[in-house]
Design a protein around this ligand. Structure first.
Ligand SMILES: [Zn+2]
Ligand SMILES: [Zn+2]
Length: 388
């Protein structure tokens, strides 16, 4: 009797401390040693406040345990009213608890963000040399990329001297990077070989991958400069948009590759006893990479296909149709050269409209949708850094 009483008190204490336990079934040994139900040890469901019948007074609990349905009547309606009151109180308490919880969470998130900021400051200071190099590379790339794009947009009016100078600066940039970091032999990453770094930590992998990515982007700008320098008699200006786009897609596909062997060796770098996690991480990375390459190769194939297939934006109009719109092309304000009529019936020189669609998708006169997306045809180069 004494032991079961202690156990009951313990259960009550536990249920009051942990609300989720209140719905647990009573323990099987609530019967006394003589086999009869123990009147003192009634485990009843708590009321809505979490109080147990025994804590509201023994006699009532005993009555409920022993009596049948006879006790119901006026007492039942009072109980219902009491329960309703309890529910109202609970609703108020619930919204208060919600406010407290959201305050607690928002304060917690703010503290976590501050901690991350402090941690970021430490990492930035510890890796200040690497960060400075990357900021320099980003700034130089943005400057070169916008200059090359500006010259490309000038078409035949481009400055050959300016493009040649840009070409020289890009070469010097690449040589300087590999000269300054010659001990690390980072150029090997371009050929998918491991660089001369003893331990490939996470920072070392990010460093090698980032530097290599910038060098490939500089090389892409060099190729675009070379195409821009070609005279119009060798490569007509209306075809150049497709060439720039194909170069950009080839570059983006190639940029996916140098990071691959470095990340594979990083993920699989486990001692014998932990080989399974190494295999798992490498496998997951390879699957992710395969998806990325598959997605990218569709764009690459489309861009290469467009280089070799001459896209016709419209049909040749009759002399009568040309006369009706006037003799001058709305884009160059000059006589029509190889006039072409778009689906919207507007007529332009073939060269004029082909170069227009290197930047736009719609007719210059009526904004009707004519061409597919002109992405990368304007000579722009992706800003993103391919880190994985
Ligand atoms: Zn024209
Ligand atoms: Zn039109």
């Amino acid at each position: 009797m004494a032991a079961s009483s202690i156990r009951t008190q313990f259960n009550h204490a536990l249920q009051n401390m942990i609300p989720g336990l209140q719905t647990m079934d009573p323990p099987p040994d609530v019967e006394a040693a003589d086999g009869h139900p123990n009147e003192d040890v009634v485990i009843d469901m708590p009321d809505s406040e979490g109080r147990f019948p025994s804590s509201r007074g023994g006699p009532e609990g005993g009555r409920r345990g022993g009596g049948g349905g006879g006790g119901r009547g006026g007492g039942a309606s009072m109980e219902e009213a009491e329960a309703e009151g309890d529910r109202d109180q609970n609703r108020g308490r619930g919204s208060l608890a919600d406010t407290n919880l959201s305050n607690y969470l928002s304060e917690g998130i703010a503290e976590l963000l501050l901690f991350v900021l402090i941690l970021a400051c430490k990492l930035a200071y510890d890796h200040r040399l690497g960060l400075t190099v990357f900021l320099g590379l980003i700034g130089t790339f943005v400057h070169h990329s916008s200059s090359v794009k500006r010259e490309i947009e000038l078409k035949e009016k481009r400055s050959v001297l300016s493009v040649v100078m840009r070409l020289g600066l890009l070469f010097i940039n690449i040589i300087f990077i590999y000269y300054a970091l010659q001990e690390q032999q980072l150029y090997k990453c371009l050929m998918f070989l491991p660089p001369n770094i003893a331990v490939m930590t996470l920072w070392a992998v990010l460093w090698c991958v980032g530097i290599t990515d910038f060098v490939v982007k500089y090389s892409t700008l060099i190729l675009k400069c070379l195409v821009t320098l070609l005279p119009g008699s060798v490569l007509s200006f209306k075809k150049r948009g497709k060439i720039y786009r194909a170069l950009e897609e080839i570059s983006q596909m190639y940029r996916l590759l140098p990071a691959f062997p470095m990340w594979v060796s990083y993920f699989s770098d486990y001692r014998e006893s932990h080989w399974a996690i190494g295999y798992f991480l490498t496998f997951a990375y390879v699957i992710l990479k395969a998806f990325t390459v598959y997605r990218k190769q569709k764009d690459l194939r489309k861009s290469l296909h467009d280089v070799f297939i001459d896209v016709q934006y419209g049909i040749s109009p009759s002399q009568d149709q040309i006369r009706r719109v006037g003799e001058a092309c709305p884009i160059c304000q000059d006589d029509f050269q190889d006039p072409i009529q778009l689906a919207c019936k507007h007529i332009f020189c073939e060269n004029c409209v082909a170069m227009w669609f290197d930047r736009e998708q719609t007719c210059p006169m009526c904004r009707a949708q004519i061409a597919a997306s002109p992405i990368w045809k304007d000579g722009s180069t992706a800003m993103s850094i391919q880190l994985y």
